[in-house]
Design a binder for this molecule. Structure first.
Ligand code: H79
Length: 459
């Protein structure tokens, strides 16, 4: 049993947030992550060699001197960048929000920060006077999407960044670094007050863990500047260096962001007790645009991405799907095609995703995922891996009987047989290119619809 420790910089609440902004985020379920920066230009290739590791790590993989890397700023002209086009594509995908990298580990800032000499202001794009982040925020807002700003605390460019603080000189430098990061975050929140929240990364080093006070100070400052701003758990450390969850086990920040390129165990229900978001690459391991054919060969298909979305929602979380535009500012054709296919599925079957969550009391199936809409009591069967038998078994919860099964996104007839022990045998199409979805309603012994199937999602 966890003992209660007195903390100055621990969680700010023990219950999940339930205000309008949080409820909107929770019901959005699908977000678009965009990794864009100087790394999009070499895209994993340097001096004739391709480095298959994540494109945004190229300065490390190819051991590039900072001064040499920073010369890429001269090439950042982004002639194809069109915020309206990006936003339309995100809308077509069915994403409800964007999280955009404002500064990744290499220190390059996508806004003209007064506090850095490595920003978009030093690029041919920035010299035209255009404000890229403002263009993106406006375009996405016009399409009805919210925007969150990603910020890496880890910074390979800033001379005062430290991985750990070992000497008085380190201490002085790192204090300056934290002041710099605070100033940048204040600048972002002041320049772009329309954003819904912030997404922190690069906070796992000892230097940050030893300064939990700073992570709470930043969370508080951002929420003072933008009331209700959402902040991910990855920002936070407590008095003792505990990250995401404080020394008493309470989540810090507003939603858990520990799921990176993985999802919770489909049989584990505990994760639905709090808000969480998983972020996911569309190829195996690169967030920034990568030209490697070996990386490209790992690209996930629309059906796989659809399954990831269903999986996340079935466990009560959001999924942030990552796009890596190229160095010219184009979303690459493979990612446009994905947005089109997944978007078509979401346009037809989104009622099983948006505003949905964990189906309490239902047994997770082997052939796919169940999601539930608490407002209607409807449970959705999303058949991502149809059994070879062509029959998917659904077990309705104890104390209920089947009221109806209907197809979502199609008028095709349904063949479903009720068996003993509350089983329904549902005939599914083993060759369907994208997951079939069925809406299932059950009634209690008294004949009332069974609602409250998902107490965690209140929209
Ligand atoms: O921006 C993308 C990646 O470039 C960035 N996060 C996503 C969203 C990223 N940076 N580093 N990493 C991902 C991997 C870092 C892994 C580790 Fe660790 C950091 C290994 C050791 C320290 C994670 C945190 C595992 C242990 C602590």
């Amino acid at each position: 049993m966890t003992q209660t420790v007195s903390l100055k910089y621990g969680a700010q609440r023990t219950q999940r947030r339930d205000d309008r902004r949080m409820r909107d985020f929770r019901s959005d379920r699908v977000g678009q992550f965009i990794h864009w920066g100087l790394y999009a230009i070499p895209a994993g290739r340097w001096k004739g060699r391709t480095y298959d590791f994540a494109a945004e790590f190229l300065p490390k993989s190819a051991d590039i001197a900072p001064a040499e890397w920073e010369r890429l700023a001269d090439e950042f002209a982004a002639p194809d960048f069109d915020a309206t086009e990006w936003a339309r594509m995100a809308k077509q995908l069915g994403a409800r929000y964007l999280t955009i990298t404002t500064k990744h580990h290499d220190g390059f800032c996508l806004w003209p920060s007064e506090h850095s000499d490595l920003t978009i202001a030093q690029t041919p794009f920035g010299r035209t006077g255009r404000d890229l982040l403002a263009e993106l925020i406006d375009a996405y807002t016009n399409e009805g999407l919210s925007v969150h700003l990603y910020y890496s605390v880890l910074d390979w460019h800033h001379p005062d960044w430290r991985y750990r603080v070992e000497t008085p000189e380190d201490e002085a430098a790192f204090v300056r670094y934290l002041e710099f990061a605070s100033a940048q975050l204040r600048e972002l929140a002041t320049r772009y007050p329309q954003v819904r929240g912030f997404w922190f990364d690069g906070t796992w080093d000892a230097s940050v863990k030893d300064n939990g006070w700073w992570t709470l100070e930043v969370e508080t400052m951002l929420k003072d500047l933008i009331p209700g701003a959402l902040v991910n758990s990855r920002l936070r450390a407590d008095d003792h260096g505990a990250r995401h969850f404080d020394s008493n086990g309470s989540m810090m920040g507003d939603f858990e962001s520990g799921f990176e390129r993985r999802l919770p165990n489909p049989w584990d229900t505990a994760v639905t007790e709090r808000d969480w978001e998983a972020c996911m690459t569309l190829t195996q391991g690169s967030w920034g645009r990568h030209v490697s054919t070996r990386v490209e060969a790992t690209r996930k298909s629309p059906a796989e991405v659809t399954e990831l979305i269903a999986h996340a929602v079935s466990r009560g979380g959001n999924i942030l799907l990552n796009f890596g535009p190229d160095g010219r500012g184009s979303i690459v054709p493979e990612e446009r095609a994905l947005a089109e296919s997944v978007g078509e599925w979401l346009a037809n079957c989104g009622e099983a995703i948006y505003g949905c969550g964990f189906a309490t009391g239902w047994i997770p199936p082997t052939w796919g995922h169940l999601t539930a809409d608490n407002r209607t009591g409807t449970v959705y069967a999303i058949v991502t891996n149809p059994p070879v038998s062509g029959v998917a078994l659904v077990h309705v919860p104890e104390g209920t009987t089947l009221a109806s099964i209907t197809r979502v996104g199609s008028d095709a007839p349904i063949e479903a047989v009720e068996r003993e022990q509350r089983q329904i045998a549902l005939t599914v199409d083993r060759t369907a290119p994208m997951p079939e979805v069925f809406a299932i309603a059950v009634v209690t012994a008294e004949g009332r619809p069974r609602t409250e199937v998902n107490p965690d999602v209140v929209t």
